[in-house]
Write a protein that binds this ligand. Structure first.
Ligand code: EPU
Length: 322
């Protein structure tokens, strides 16, 4: 099969690597080799690749920014697909024809002149970095992304995981997305037909390629103040510039996983090279060459301790991929 995959990828002029270390593609810096690591430049190539994968029943995984993913030490026996962060998948733009986007009976927001004075619609490619969008929209006086300041990863990944801060999620300003389904067909999904929950969506059977957001025209300085405030808050309370995957666990209802773990005096507790951050107990830090095995052991250990003390079952926010 391996040779057939190679033949397909070479003849389709895909950008790919064989036996690519996944540790290079995750913020945790963990993961063995992927058989194939493909960076896709266009929607057409993505559709063709998915059709080939589907026909040949090949195992695959869609990787965003790798900020929330834990790959196995054994790597991945199949194809990792990543949308290339250039060209088509990385364009951010204010839509000239935005009236068309919202003057659609399927959306909850019909067009009006009054609305046009106060809002702008942006179109963002899924591989765009979330922080690039935060920066660009802030600079253009468009409010809606400022609370996401400091959250790493891509826009596609953020939508998939419904990223956000406590009271606010990326889906709040979303209008619709363009996707390619796993059969290799392009589709449009209106927000009302997507199920978003806290740090979760039902978008696991497709690849998001583009998203449209409704943003509010606001004073640029007000937005920049929120951005700076968010970044400062993060710098004070979270470990930055270290190898981590952000919060390991989702927050249980009305509580913080970090607070619960901290209350058990588990900061600095480690298994192998994986250590619970001294700054925020819901962040596990890979101190140098930590393994997925150690990470998983630490996750189980913490879950067990929190359950014993509080009778709460913590759920992981990071995605484990075998
Ligand atoms: N706290 C502790 N010890 C800790 C960590 C937190 O006592 O080690 C306490 C804090 O002092 C605070 C409370 O717990 O009183 C809540 O902490 P924080 O404000 O840091 O928020 P969080 O609930 O731990 C959530 C998100 C973060 C997001 C922050 C900022 C989740 C799982 N976490 O954290 O998101 O950055 O709010 O708003 O929803 C992520 O999703 O990867 C992530 C880091």
């Amino acid at each position: 099969m391996s040779t057939d995959i190679e033949k397909f990828l070479s003849s389709g002029k895909y950008k790919y690597k064989i036996n690519e270390p996944l540790s290079k593609h995750t913020t945790l810096g963990i993961g063995g080799n992927a058989d194939f690591f493909v960076e896709v430049e266009t929607e057409e190539k993505l559709c063709d690749l998915l059709k080939f994968i589907n026909k040949n029943k090949i195992k695959f995984f869609i990787l965003g920014g790798g900020t929330n993913t834990l790959f196995s030490d054994d790597g991945f026996k199949g194809i990792i697909i990543k949308l290339l962060q250039s060209n088509n998948f990385n364009k951010i733009g204010i839509l000239d024809d935005w009236k068309i986007v919202i003057n659609n009976k399927d959306t909850e927001l019909p067009y009006s002149e009054e609305l046009a004075m106060t809002i702008e619609i942006i179109s963002v490619a899924a591989a765009a970095s979330l922080q690039a969008v935060v920066k660009q929209t802030a600079e253009q006086g468009l409010s809606g992304f400022e609370y996401l300041a400091g959250i790493p990863g891509t826009v596609g990944g953020a939508i998939f995981g419904n990223a956000g801060v406590k009271e606010w999620s990326i889906s709040d300003n979303l209008i619709k997305i363009e996707i390619v389904d796993f059969d290799g067909n392009k589709k449009i999904l209106e927000k009302k037909n997507i199920n978003f929950e806290y740090r979760k969506s039902n978008l696991s059977n497709c690849i998001i390629t583009r998203a449209f957001f409704r943003l509010k025209k606001t004073d640029k300085n007000d937005i920049l103040n929120v951005v700076l405030h968010e970044l400062e808050k993060r710098k004070l309370s979270q470990p930055i510039g270290v190898k981590s995957a952000g919060c390991v666990f989702k927050n249980p209802q009305n509580d913080s996983a970090g607070r619960l773990i901290d209350s058990l005096s588990l900061k600095n507790y480690n298994i192998g090279e994986i250590e619970i951050s001294a700054k925020h107990a819901n962040f596990f830090v890979n101190k140098s060459n930590g393994t997925a095995k150690d990470m998983l052991e630490l996750i189980s250990f913490v879950k067990k301790k929190v359950f014993e003390k509080y009778n709460i079952r913590l759920e992981t926010e990071i995605r484990m991929v075998k």
